[in-house]
Design a protein around this ligand. Structure first.
Ligand code: MSP
Length: 640
């Protein structure tokens, strides 16, 4: 037991989301299949997943929901765990970045890096996108907006701590040259080297003064640890690194595989290894950057109307249909398309026709001709030999594919064997053999070989579609379910009297109709949700509104109204206006200072809860966030 080889595989930790979609299931299904496979192969596996819970976005959403950030995320995390359970995800640990052990570990890591001079204090200025929690340089902006989500960005400057990535560049490059396996697949290795290493690594900002919902820096109460040191450290904090009991860390680290989406590959293959290097720890053996599941070529998202809770698919088609589609459809590393119809087509063609039919008709024939019992085969024909050679080679072939992380390839090997068995039935025509009393033994051998083939395929399928494999073992009524019995030759079969259908066929035409009806509904809802426009105005009407760019010089809470902020705004032309705005639930007054806002300058003065307001700020609000409109124009510029 003690000497078992270990295998440590991780998914990224997920941002808390109310809108989990099949894209989110992708990394996790692959990691689960690998973890299950390695367990079956006798490894001592640790499979980690979890949630990444800190940051400004959560802070703001919680504020809006009028609960604490922790109260806000708790039910979301329960929901994520429920999703993983319904997909039969066999993680060994679910880490939350709000776990006390994680928080303590991150603080110690940060302190250690600071003490040894790898983290230093500086100041950070950049264009900040609140929803994406990202700083951008001027040149990265697209039309002045966030290049990721297209929303407004704000110029922010603040004190912050930096990690000396540059110090480790040479050492890291040398390591990488000797350990090319770290970055997989090859194409992404080239991208990292050409786009990030060759131009030279820049030091990384690793703390924030402006974000309160984060892990505090122990030696500077104004700062919280920013995204990546917090998030990446989960891979070692989960194992008890720097805690009283680090036995799991001693046992499983370094990770065998971090599975990540392509957009976070850089963080895992440059920043994370350098953090580990600075800590004097071994680096992960492999990081694999996979592509995305897309719909119509675009990322899946609720706002595009192409989102469905994966549990709806699981309810309609079972967890294994979704798992099979995710695991078999997309060549690993590339993007792949997701559609419910394609998934159902694959279910019908592969799971129902190739696998399900094979099992059902073989069991039916075994019952019909031998009352469910067949003996080990005796006489092996040339045709049998061909099939046996393929079946006996399957285990190794699947293993080779898995070692190369080619999960669709592994499934293809198994399904080729299932197809071969279907062909073998056509070639041997058991129903004709059954008519001839002299062929009884041959018929026994034929059915035995097919049942054996099904059993061996189920042994190999167990990691990918576990519920189905278990059903098959139950139907075959066999105890030989592991790789210890991965060659043709187990003793007799006594199959169940009546096998349940493994996968009923779904009517594709009916589904097409259902989907187009759903699409229409989404479109109708979008039409209904369309904004009701105000009555038309002329350009002259609009011209009556005087919009000026102003800069907030000072901003305070209203002494008597929790929701109001009072800003002193320089609108140029020597004028300072006092403006009262109902945004205190969403924006810290300090964050308003210096931002360049858009002011309705000729609005009639008003007293708001006793305070005079001379104008109005333009503000936008969507489902999640409130945004004060900003401009990069000079103070006093008139907006038309
Ligand atoms: N919290 C960070 C990860 C920190 S790891 C130290 C994060 N979270 S995430 O929720 O945005 O994404 C989690 C994983 O889901 C990523 O690997 C991401 O690539 C994956 N996917 C999200 N949408 C996806 C698709 N549509 N298709 C495939 N994977 C996708 O990033």
């Amino acid at each position: 037991m003690e000497n078992k080889k270990t295998y440590y595989v991780t998914t990224p930790i997920y941002y808390p989301s109310d809108n989990f979609h099949v894209g989110h299931c992708y990394t996790t299904c692959i990691a689960d299949a690998l973890a299950r496979y390695k367990r079956e192969k006798g490894y001592d596996v640790f499979f980690l997943t979890g949630s990444d819970e800190h940051g400004q976005k959560i802070e703001e959403r919680a504020k809006k929901a009028k609960v604490s950030p922790k109260e806000f995320v708790d039910p979301i995390i329960d929901n994520a765990k429920d999703l993983w359970q319904s997909l039969n995800i066999s993680y060994d640990k679910f880490i939350r970045t709000t776990d006390a052990e994680h928080v303590a570990c991150v603080q110690k890591v940060f302190q250690k890096l600071y003490d040894q001079g790898d983290i230093y204090k500086g100041s950070y200025e950049g264009w900040y996108c609140t929803p994406c929690e990202s700083f951008w340089t001027e040149s990265q902006l697209v039309d002045g907006k966030c290049p990721d989500c297209g929303r407004e960005v704000h110029l922010m400057k603040e004190d912050a701590y930096f990690l000396k990535l540059s110090k480790y560049q040479k050492e890291f490059e040398a390591y990488l040259n000797a350990n090319r396996d770290l970055m997989q697949p090859e194409s992404r290795y080239n991208e990292m080297v050409n786009n990030f290493l060759k131009p030279g690594l820049k030091d990384l900002c690793v703390s924030r003064a402006s974000v309160k919902w984060g892990i505090p820096v122990t030696f500077d109460e104004n700062q919280t640890i920013y995204v990546w040191i917090d998030a990446l450290t989960n891979y070692i904090s989960a194992l008890g690194y720097l805690s009283d009991d680090d036995s799991l860390f001693q046992k499983y680290w370094p990770a065998d595989l971090h599975l990540v989406g392509k957009e976070i590959f850089r963080f895992h293959t440059i920043i994370w290894p350098i953090i580990l290097m600075a800590l004097g720890l071994p680096l992960p053996k492999k990081v694999y950057g996979h592509g995305w599941l897309t719909i119509d070529g675009g990322k899946i998202s609720k706002s595009k109307g192409n989102y469905k809770d994966p549990r709806e698919f699981i309810k309609d088609y079972g967890a294994d249909t979704l798992r099979y589609y995710i695991l078999s459809e997309v060549p690993f590393g590339s993007d792949g398309n997701f559609s419910e119809l394609l998934m159902v087509e694959r279910r019908n063609s592969d799971l129902a026709n190739i696998l399900g039919n094979l099992v059902n008709r073989t069991v039916a024939m075994t019952n019909k001709y031998f009352d469910g019992s067949v003996k080990r085969l005796k006489k092996v024909t040339d045709l049998d030999k061909e099939v046996i050679i393929d079946l006996n080679a399957m285990d190794k072939q699947v293993e080779t594919k898995i070692e190369a992380l080619d999960v669709p390839g592994a499934l293809a090997v198994i399904f080729n064997n299932l197809k071969r068995l279907n062909k073998y039935i056509d070639e041997t025509t058991p129903w004709i053999l059954a008519k001839d009393e002299n062929q009884k033994e041959r018929l026994n051998d034929v059915l035995y070989l097919i049942l054996e083939g099904i059993r061996l395929c189920a042994v190999n399928l167990k990691a990918f579609i576990p519920e189905t494999a278990d059903k098959i073992f139950a139907i075959l009524n066999t105890e030989y379910q592991s790789f210890d019995y991965a060659k043709v030759g187990v003793p007799n079969f006594k199959v169940v009297k009546k096998a349940d259908i493994l996968f009923d066929r779904i009517d594709e035409e009916a589904l097409k109709e259902k989907l187009s009806a759903e699409e229409e509904m989404v479109e109708e809802a979008a039409t209904e949700a369309k904004i009701e426009h105000l009555p038309e105005i002329t350009i002259d009407d609009f011209g009556k509104v005087e919009l000026l760019v102003g800069q907030v010089l000072d901003c305070k809470k209203h002494p008597e109204a929790d929701r109001l902020l009072i800003s002193q705004v320089d609108v140029g032309h020597g004028e300072i206006r006092q403006i009262v705005t109902g945004i205190a639930d969403y924006v810290e007054p300090e964050k308003m200072v210096n931002s360049k806002v858009v002011v309705v300058a000729n609005l009639k003065k008003a007293k708001i809860r006793g305070v005079e307001s001379e104008g109005m700020l333009l503000v936008g609000e969507d489902d999640e966030l409130l945004n004060v409109l900003t401009s990069t124009c000079k103070v006093g510029t008139r907006i038309r």
